[in-house]
Design a protein around this ligand. Sequence first.
Ligand code: FAD
Length: 503
Amino acid sequence: MIGQLAGDTDTRSPVRRIVIAGGGTAGWMTAAALSKTLGRRLDIRLVESDEIGTVGVGEATIPSLQVFHRLIGVDERDFMAATQATFKLGIRFEGWHDVGKAYFHGFGLTGKDHWTAGFQHFWLKGRQRQLAADYGAYCLEAQAARLGRFAHLPDDGLRYAYHLDATRYAAFLRRFSEALGVQRIEGRIVEVRRCEGTGDIRSLRLDGGAEVEGDLFIDCTGFRALLIGDALGVGYEDWSHWLFNDSAVAVQTAAVDAALPYTRSIAHGAGWQWRIPLQHRVGNGLVYSRRFIDDDQARQTLQAQLRGETLTTPRVIRFQPGQRHEAWRANCVAIGLAGGFLEPLESTSIYLIQRAIIRLLQMFPADGIQAPDATEFNRQMRADFEHVRDFIVLHFKVTERRDTPYWRACADMSVPPSLQHRIDLFRQTARIFRGDGELFSENSWAQVMLGQGLVPAQHHPVTELMGDAELGRFLGSLQSAAEQAAQQLPPHDDYVRRYCGAP
Ligand code: FAD
């Protein structure tokens, strides 16, 4: 326990030597942020093994990555050219509400809120009076996505994220970090050595015999969790009773169509498929549950959906949804897959990495590791993970699909009480409230709940103040404003080519 550590060890010894174990997206994002911010005070080393490699997926992001890049001073054009990135306006969910139905979860706003009631209340009133179009018709991002258009607009007028090549992103951040003095050490970690008495990690022993000592160790070893799990024995909270998927098969294909400015998430009989368009290729995968289909069936399902030449051999990846009981224990902080995993339905893993890095920097234990820092870090990370978990579980629970045993099991499961409360509140009153520090906005919840087919019983009385004509004008003007603004944007593909010099 951290408390014992505080009593047993000299927690005041300053932290100067940082050892990052692992060089995937998590390891290199951590190295980049630490070196940019505190680099002059610290000696930062990163150990990774080419032989082991990285998980090699993780290509869809959310808008927060722009914030990370601004914080560390990454130029958007350089980043996009280096990672063959495209712009992403949201996710189109196909076959989730029911077979043959689709909706869009966009990053921006939908319609216009009143201070007493979100736009969904006005939309529901409009729907009741047969004055409203699809919910997405009032969202600029959804309209631009439908037309395959994109441009930067002033004042965050079009909210976006990126699709990126994960391997190139790690290489890009490596160059960035090495230029700031991070030392990369190639080698396989074969032993994690601990201090007698305190139990702190003292060093990592590599296969060639070298020993890498440090004051603070960041475990970015992916699902292996060599430091936080194997060495320190921090357990894992399993969420597979809410998230049935435990595997993915991933394959890359050549791009044959213009790159869409959104991710496609296509529901299948026992899982869902992603399609992520980059400049030079397309990332594809099927996430599934082995309780319902086996690896061969998953491979065949995915293969039947592919377009364009297959560039890689389909690769199966296993995972367990859940979270480490503590991400920070003693002198070790787990970031990335070592700290927990939620399936990539809403592209949140890189975001959770970013949150952990920013938190670590905010609580950086320069004068020695203190138990309250670790406790606070763990409390905040837990809140983030649980919030994202609830949002992801929502997509499986609220559905009208009953066509396969998988979807029937999803609809029948009981969900975390925090999520059940949100669903009940919305179902009854159409109300949504965003808690402090929560990632997903009211608009995200509304888009997904309505998109998945959850129709509230009531809506706010403030909507009664508008007569049919006024409500019709209000909704009509919002819809045409979104449509017209989207029409004026250039095709996404052309824009990317011009913006970051792709051939
Ligand atoms: P890894 O990439 O696995 O890196 C681990 C590192 O540790 C490697 O460098 C490895 O060499 C090193 N290592 C391990 N053992 C040793 C050892 N013994 N000695 C030395 N080095 C070692 N996230 C998103 O945000 N968006 C997505 O669209 C998305 N899609 C995903 C799809 C799937 C199927 C999966 C499984 C994940 C997805 N993710 C996504 C998550 C994302 O891939 C990860 O969060 C991200 O890549 C970070 O991984 P990592 O760096 O923690 O681990």
